[in-house]
Design a binder for this molecule. Structure first.
Ligand SMILES: CCCCCCCCCCCCC/C=C/[C@@H](O)[C@@H](N)CO[C@@H]1O[C@H](CO)[C@@H](O)[C@H](O)[C@H]1O
Length: 496
């Protein structure tokens, strides 16, 4: 695990930084933008936000996008992962009413990126459904599959010539289980028994329809890649007992297998383990049909193989044992029956769920290799939360630890094509507001321009990108960052 051989990222490995629309853009109702579920959720529940800062203004990227691109140039990244706000371009969610001013914002951003040879990696859906669609049931309505497909096609049509990396949906696990089951994210539904699973089915179908549409209409001409980002944190047994090993297997199946298996497993469909548990409990609980919806043979076929790459969002590791308390039933929690802890000695970030355990990334990568036949991966998010402050040594240590683990996983056969730091800048961390800072750049939320200043981690990341290696002892002489010409900039056409 820790020999001292020098390992380097290959020259065609891509480095990037990420944000999402609600978290950075602000301009929540500017120039004809419609209301999204996050606008409504936090306007209706202001007390939910830890420090009261919601996404109304956020980091003001709606106006500060030139500075954002300048920061990306300072870092020397190959690509910028950002999301399009569905409500900004289609205020009602439907394609009959297009907000040209909203599209203009993304036109400007994309053109500015390309002008500086930074590739746009566009996420079509990062947690923000247009509110009018939520009022029709949101992702629990089977029509959501068509709503998303139509929206995706419209955006593909507009940008297929400029955007070569697409992510359909960010973290279906979060969208469904935190939005519809636990309700701690928008739209805040508490449908612990059925809603989360219905959402999972529809989100997967929506993703697959968008993928197939790209294949049919755009792939040949534009040769872009379409993937999906899934939260793949690592879940392992708290100790080596049969009960704990089985609980860890359940955690992996419910937390990410539910979304990975239908796309990448040999037979497609939801994991057998999840089907077996939910089907059995549903019968015992008096349901006539399983709370886990069935995928028809045609749906299994549609979803299977519907991605050019896995966008892996990885932050941390959880140690798993069977739940020590009885969950309310019926519920996803009761189905999964797990309890998570984290190593007491692991360094803790500002977010209560986030501790540093780089070996977990290595194990997760090997797990994916073994179970999903060496699928191509781009790390589409990894990051660390802190208090404000420019000397973020913890973030630096975390990034170095995880990039070191990634190099080992690649050496051991994992097909990783790129890495994305979350986040380019401080932003609205959902209900944590701005109380948890994830940025390589600090944002002064009190200032008029939402002034951005490079942290130590920005300089270290820049050095890693330039040198393509992780040097623990490297430190800049000061915290000034400037744009350097990078002749070796990657040509983004990655072979997947
Ligand atoms: C003894 C302590 C044990 C702590 C156990 C806590 C149990 C918590 C239960 C699980 C909670 C899961 C938390 C994991 C969350 C991340 O995977 C998720 N937040 C990643 O989402 C992306 O992360 C960014 C930073 O949070 C976010 O800003 C971005 O929008 C998301 O795409």
């Amino acid at each position: 695990w820790s020999d001292h051989r020098k390992r380097k990222f290959p020259t065609n490995f891509l480095f990037g930084a990420a944000t999402s629309a609600y978290q950075v853009e602000g301009g929540w109702n500017a120039d004809g933008k419609g209301e999204s579920i996050w606008d409504k959720f936090l306007h209706d529940n202001p007390d939910l936000v830890a420090d009261g800062r919601n996404g109304d203004v956020a980091s003001d990227s709606y106006h500060q996008w030139r500075r954002d691109v300048e920061m990306l140039r300072e870092l020397g990244v190959d690509f910028y992962r950002f999301s399009i706000s569905w409500s900004r371009v289609l205020p009602t969610g439907f394609e009959n009413e297009i907000n040209e001013a909203g599209f203009k914002y993304y036109d400007n951003l994309i053109d500015e990126l390309l002008k500086h040879e930074i590739q746009p990696m566009v996420t079509l859906y990062h947690f923000e459904l247009p509110q009018p669609l939520q009022e029709l049931g949101g992702w629990t309505n089977p029509l959501s599959v068509t709503w998303f497909e139509n929206y995706a096609k419209l955006v593909f049509r507009r940008y297929a010539d400029k955007v070569k990396f697409w992510i359909t949906i960010n973290q279906p696990n979060t969208v469904c289980m935190e939005g519809y089951a636990s309700g701690i994210m928008a739209p805040g539904l508490n449908s612990k028994d059925v809603g989360g699973y219905e959402c999972a089915k529809n989100v997967l179908l929506a993703h697959a329809k968008a993928y197939r549409a790209y294949q049919t209409e755009f792939k040949k001409k534009y040769e872009g890649n379409v993937g999906i980002s899934i939260a793949v944190n690592w879940f392992e047994a708290l100790s080596n007992t049969t009960e704990n090993n089985e609980a860890a297997e359940r955690a992996r199946a419910f937390e990410f297998g539910l979304y990975l298996d239908p796309i990448w497993s040999k037979k497609g469909d939801f994991p057998d383990l999840v089907k077996k548990i939910v089907d059995k409990k549903s019968t015992e609980q008096g349901f006539k049909t399983s709370r886990l919806p069935k995928l028809t043979a045609a749906e299994v076929k549609l979803i299977k193989g519907s991605a050019d790459f896995l966008g892996m969002n990885h932050y941390t590791t959880f140690q798993v044992q069977p739940s020590q308390t009885q969950f309310e039933a019926p519920s996803v929690e009761d189905d999964r029956n797990t309890e998570y802890t984290q190593g007491p000695a692991w360094r803790a970030a500002k977010s209560p769920w986030l501790k540093s355990a780089p070996y977990g990334l290595y194990k997760a990568c090997l797990h994916l290799n073994l179970n999903y036949d060496y699928l191509p991966i781009i790390i589409t998010e990894h990051g660390w939360s802190s208090d404000p402050g420019l000397e973020d040594q913890d973030r630096v240590d975390n990034m170095r630890g995880y990039l070191g683990a990634l190099l080992l996983a690649m050496e051991d056969g994992t097909e990783v094509k790129g890495y994305t730091a979350w986040s380019l800048m401080d932003n609205v961390e959902w209900i944590a507001g701005t109380s948890e800072r994830f940025g390589l750049y600090e944002v002064d939320f009190e200032s008029e321009q939402k002034t951005r200043t490079a942290r130590l981690s920005a300089l270290v990341y820049k050095h890693i990108i330039e040198s393509r290696e992780v040097e623990d002892a490297w430190r800049p002489s000061n915290l000034k960052i400037a744009i350097t010409k990078n002749d070796k900039k990657n040509n983004y056409r990655v072979e997947l």
